[in-house]
Ligand binder design. Sequence first.
Ligand SMILES: Cc1cc2nc3c(=O)[nH]c(=O)nc-3n(C[C@H](O)[C@H](O)[C@H](O)COP(=O)(O)O)c2cc1C
Length: 312
Amino acid sequence: MLDWSDRYCRYFHRLISRHTQLYTEMVTTGALLHGDTARFLDFFEEEHPVALQLGGSNPEELAQCARLGQQWGYDEINLNLGCPSDRVQSGRFGACLMAEPALVAECIAAMRESVSLPVTAKHRIGIDELDGYQRLARFVETLAEAGCRTFIVHARKAWLQGLSPRENREVPPLRYESVYRLKRDFPHLEFVLNGGVLNLDQAGKQLQQVDGVMIGREAYHNPWILAEVDRRLFGSTAHPGSRHQVIERLMPLVERECARGVPLKRITRHLLGLFHGQPGAKRWRRHLSENAHLPGAGPEVLEQALSLVPRH
Ligand SMILES: Cc1cc2nc3c(=O)[nH]c(=O)nc-3n(C[C@H](O)[C@H](O)[C@H](O)COP(=O)(O)O)c2cc1C
């Protein structure tokens, strides 16, 4: 999630769930090919399985970026076809590409030819007036012919004019039925439902109709919802232990990163919601918010914050 998640966030979430598939925020082909490639692509070994999400619409550039992603060790390459921001539309990538299925198919085919990793798509159920089911089904069919097998579907349309990206995640209604129908019409393809899922009970219900569930905002604000994923959804016996233990397991990374000059806040900003709904949650948040950004703040700030929350 652009501006929210990064590799520190993913490292932390991985301590809570071993098996959940994690995704990078969208990285544009321009940034990767003309910017500081390592800054965008470096990740921690512990993050696996992790997918690199790309934004772009030039098949050759996307192929190059997919190759870079494979070299860097990512497990999946995902193409963003759902982001509605103005910046994205002027660059001709993200959600506006849902109006150009043939071009997207070319992009998918070019990426698939250049890597052995799965190439997946994340899209909406429609854009603007182009929001009928038949059009959506043709879009999926066209991408499938180019070799896409997995579709992550944010189950609401996007209005490209007039709504902010934030409104585009809230205002258009969720239409899960469109995703269920895709699964029924294309049973050989994999559909991952996204949008508005808040807990594992809801995820479990969705999984009766679709192959996977992607959780965005709630996983960020309330990461402990991931704690039961391995046991409940992956049939594993693994459990992260307590919230305190997760922070204790995070500590060596915090020490290492602070020692090499990474500001503490870059890591702790992802931890604020860990105790959501628990006694001491407010003290935890407040201590981190008031201290982690101060000059010289280090791992001791995190230790202090943890000591303010009752252990149970
Ligand atoms: C701050 C923020 C940044 C986001 N950035 C991305 C992104 O880079 N790529 C993407 O595919 N979706 C992005 N999204 C959308 C989410 O992945 C997801 O599709 C959307 O929030 C709906 O799912 P949710 O209700 O579980 O949050 C972003 C969402 C937010 C709130």
